[in-house]
Structures are given as structure tokens and as C-alpha cells.
Design a protein around this ligand. Structure first.
Ligand code: CTP
Length: 432
């Protein structure tokens, strides 16, 4: 059960806010709603109040009968400032629909109504689900505002393609469906607030302008006890090189970093994870909004079933058996929910003869566009080295990249993504 603060702004899709609130309440969540004044031209507060069983607020200057509390919460003895209390009590703030106007205000830190003030004060995860006419969505101002929010750690629930609010209009800009909005909010609660201490500087314009690239880097660690883990030798160098190369091309880059102790690129947003489960949760949150996924992290295939809270002692035992269970294959799961216009690149660290053939098997088995295969048995390449030598396998053939540094390998991988002709912003991911 989560406390979901739903922000509703003034667009025709506000009616989907009602269904989102209904689904959330049905799923057992406590929901409060803040509406912008304009949104009430589309949907009335009485409907939200009836669905959520809680007062709906529009202005900072109206008294909140629930004093900032969510259904099931004890209200404080005093009247708190609504914009602070609501986000302090919320596990997630979901703004759906978010108009171009509200997105612009959020990008610039304006606080001219209760919703924008609350968003500015939010320390919980914030999700923005845009809905607007396709021309407004594609306008450079909106693109820049959305990129600014994404770079600050706001999760953008991309609009889909379809019939738009005005009769006869069709295009991109349609609000994501309520079930998808709720699932995104639930994922955000599971993952928590993405840390954004490294406030990224936007990359300089380039050929990948407007493209959102998600990179996983490093190696997951699966705890055995309070101090030990099962891990692998991945340093994250390849993933960080990919992130830098994508930023060089002007992309908005997010790296999900699993235990990486390398210098960070100020143009890139980083989310740190430790285990395969945490990486999976972060991937599920970030993947729907990306155009290109570069899955270079070495993910544990198994994890210990019983994890001790305390450090295991060597006394009282002559041997130690650790029973492991399989982890989920994250990449296969993501490929299963891919949307048109997304490009998925997997990585396969193999050893010895048949490495490329194994890699090709993963292309079809995992439903990918490309697999980057490297033979980690060769000295001087692969794990924790500056160099690599890879074969990039796609449906149309293999490209061998002779031994070179990871920056050059990264550039070759991005060239392959270009050659695939997918992952371009015009082909924005479309909700199912
Ligand atoms: N991968 C994943 N989730 C896992 C294991 C791997 O998403 N639980 C991803 C890796 O990030 C990589 C690709 O799948 O991009 C291939 O990883 P690899 O370990 O080579 O593949 P496996 O399916 O684990 O195959 P095997 O261990 O049998 O070689």
C-alpha cells in the first residue's frame, strides 16, 4: 500500500485521472488529489473526492480538512502548509495528465499554484505523464523542458500515439493509460527517490539530441550475509564509456550503476543499485521512457536464497554450503515489453571457442537488436581493463571490432544503433 499524491492539470485527458485514482484505490493505495484550477474545467473535484474518500485541494489558501493526511493516516493537531504536508506524506507524486504549461513551470521551478508548489517541495519520486497536442509535444520548448525534468530525476511516463483530445486529431501526445500510470507510480515507490546529487549538465547538442539512452553498468552483488556477497569482476568501464559516447552525441543519458567506483560524467544522470533485484526495479522504472537500452551490466544469474542479517561465523562449522536461486533475466523481460522505436542492445561476456555463436543465440533468445560479444578469456581485454575487442552481432551480420580502447568500442556500438535505424525520437515509445 502506498500513499499516492495525484496531480491533475487542465487537459481533456483529466478524465483519465479519475480512472487512475479509481484503480489506485482499488489496488489498496491511499490517494490524495491536487487539481490545478484549469483542470476543474474538465473534471470536477467532487468526482475525485468521491473516488478517493479524501478532500481535493486546488489552492494553498483553502483549508485542508484532512490537514495533509492521507486516508488511513492520523492528521496532525495543527493546520500544516498543504504544499509541504502533502508531499511529505506522499510516497510518490504522479502528475497525470501534465500539460505543456505545467511541464514548463516544473522545468523552471515555478510555484504559482498548489500543485507546482508541492512539486517543488517534493522529496519523494515525481512522475510526470504528459498529455497534449502532437505539435505542442514536439515543440522544441517542450522537448527541452521534458529533458530538463528527466535529467533532474523526474520519471517521464511517455505519451502514446493515437487519437488526441480534439475531434479528428491524431498523433503523439495521448496520455498513457491509467493502468500504465499506476504501474509506473508503483515502480517508483518500490525503487525510491532516484538520487540526483550529480545534477547533470545537459549534453551539448549533437546527432542524438532528444534521444534518451539508458545504460546499465557494473556488476551486481548478491548478499550472503551482512558483509559478504556473490559478485563478478565487471568494473563498469564499458558502460561508463557508452554513457560518455552517447552524451558526446547529445543524448540524455541515464546510467544504472551497479557497484561502480569510477569517475562520473557531469552530463550523465546516475542511479546507483547493488543487487540484481534493485537493478531490475530501476530498469522497469526507466526503460519505458528510453529510446535506446545498452545493457552492459553483468547481472548475477543466481542469488543466495537465505541471507543472514549478521556476519556468519566460521566457528561451529567445517564447511559452508550456499544454496542459490535463479534471478530474473532482466533483459528478456524488458524485451517482452518493448515498444516500437526502442532499441535493445545486450552484452555477452563469453570464454573461448563458440563465443560469437553463443552471442548470436542470445540475440534471438532474448529478443534483442544487437549483442556485443567479447571473449573475456583473452588476456588484456574484457573485465576491468581499458581495452576491449568485440564482435557486434545483429540480425543482418557480425561486425568485428579489433582491440581498441573502450571509448572507440563504445562509438562503434552507437554506430551500430544508428545503422539499425531504430531508437529515433520520432519513433517515440508507444504505450500498448
Ligand atoms: N542479463 C540480464 N539479466 C540477467 C542476466 C543477464 O539482463 N539475470 C543481461 C546482461 O546484462 C547482458 C545479457 O543479458 O546484457 C547477457 O548476459 P549473460 O550473462 O551473458 O547471459 P545469460 O543469459 O546469463 O547467459 P549465460 O550465463 O548462460 O551465458
Amino acid at each position: 500500500m502506498a500513499r499516492i499524491l495525484l496531480g491533475v492539470t487542465g487537459g481533456i485527458a483529466a478524465y483519465k485521472g479519475l480512472e487512475t485514482a479509481r484503480l489506485a484505490v482499488k489496488a489498496g493505495h491511499a490517494v490524495r488529489v491536487v487539481q490545478t484550477p484549469e483542470s476543474q474545467r474538465f473534471v470536477g473535484a467532487a468526482s475525485f473526492a468521491a473516488i478517493t474518500g479524501a478532500p481535493v485541494l486546488t489552492s494553498e489558501f483553502e483549508r485542508d480538512p484532512a490537514r495533509g493526511a492521507f486516508p488511513g493516516q492520523e492528521p496532525p493537531a495543527h493546520d500544516p502548509a498543504s504544499h509541504l504536508a502533502l508531499v511529505e506524506n506522499a510516497d510518490v507524486l504522479l502528475i497525470a495528465p501534465a500539460t505543456a504549461n505545467t511541464i514548463a513551470k516544473l522545468a523552471h521551478g515555478l510555484a504559482d499554484n498548489l500543485l507546482t508548489s508541492a512539486a517543488l517541495a517534493a522529496r519523494c519520486p515525481v512522475l510526470v505523464a504528459p498529455a497534449m497536442n502532437d505539435a505542442m509535444w514536439e515543440h522544441a520548448a517542450t522537448r527541452a523542458n521534458v529533458a530538463t525534468l528527466a535529467a533532474r530525476g523526474v520519471t517521464i511516463v511517455d505519451p502514446g500515439v493515437g487519437a488526441l483530445g480534439t475531434l479528428g486529431e491524431w498523433g503523439v501526445g495521448r496520455l498513457a493509460e491509467p493502468a500504465e500510470l499506476l504501474a509506473a507510480a508503483e515502480r517508483a515507490v518500490a525503487v525510491g527517490t532516484p538520487p540526483v546529487p550529480d545534477a547533470p549538465h545537459p549534453a551539448a547538442p549533437g546527432p542524438w539530441d532528444g534521444r534518451r539512452v539508458l545504460v546499465t553498468a557494473g556488476g551486481t552483488r548478491e548478499p550472503i550475509d551482512a558483509v559478504r556477497f556473490v559478485g563478478n569482476r565487471s568494473s563498469g568501464r564499458m558502460g561508463f564509456a557508452l554513457a560518455a559516447a552517447a552524451a558526446d552525441r547529445g543524448a540524455d543519458v541515464t546510467v544504472l550503476a551497479a557497484n561502480v567506483a569510477l569517475a562520473r560524467d557531469p552530463r550523465v544522470r546516475y542511479v546507483d543499485v547493488a543487487t540484481a533485484a534493485q537493478l531490475q526495479a530501476a530498469c522497469l522504472q526507466e526503460f519505458p521512457g528510453c529510446h535506446v537500452l545498452l545493457m552492459s551490466a553483468a547481472v548475477a544469474d543466481f542469488r543466495p536464497i537465505d541471507v543472514s542479517d549478521i556476519k556468519l561465523k566460521k566457528t561451529e562449522r567445517t564447511e559452508l554450503t550456499i544454496t542459490m536461486e535463479p534471478t530474473d533475466d532482466i533483459l528478456t523481460a524488458l524485451a517482452g515489453q518493448r515498444r516500437p522505436g526502442q532499441t535493445l542492445v545486450g552484452f555477452a561476456a563469453e570464454t573461448g571457442d563458440g563465443a560469437v555463436a553463443y552471442g548470436r543465440g542470445k540475440l534471438t533468445r532474448k529478443g534483442l537488436d544487437a549483442v556485443v560479444v567479447n571473449d573475456v578469456a583473452q588476456p588484456g581485454i574484457g573485465f576491468d581493463t581499458p581495452d576491449n575487442e568485440v564482435t557486434i552481432v545483429t540480425a543482418t551480420g557480425d561486425t568485428h571490432i579489433a582491440r581498441s580502447d573502450k571509448a572507440q568500442i563504445a562509438a562503434a556500438i552507437l554506430d551500430t544503433v544508428d545503422a539499425l535505424g531504430r531508437g529515433v525520437p520520432q519513433l517515440d515509445p508507444t504505450p500498448a
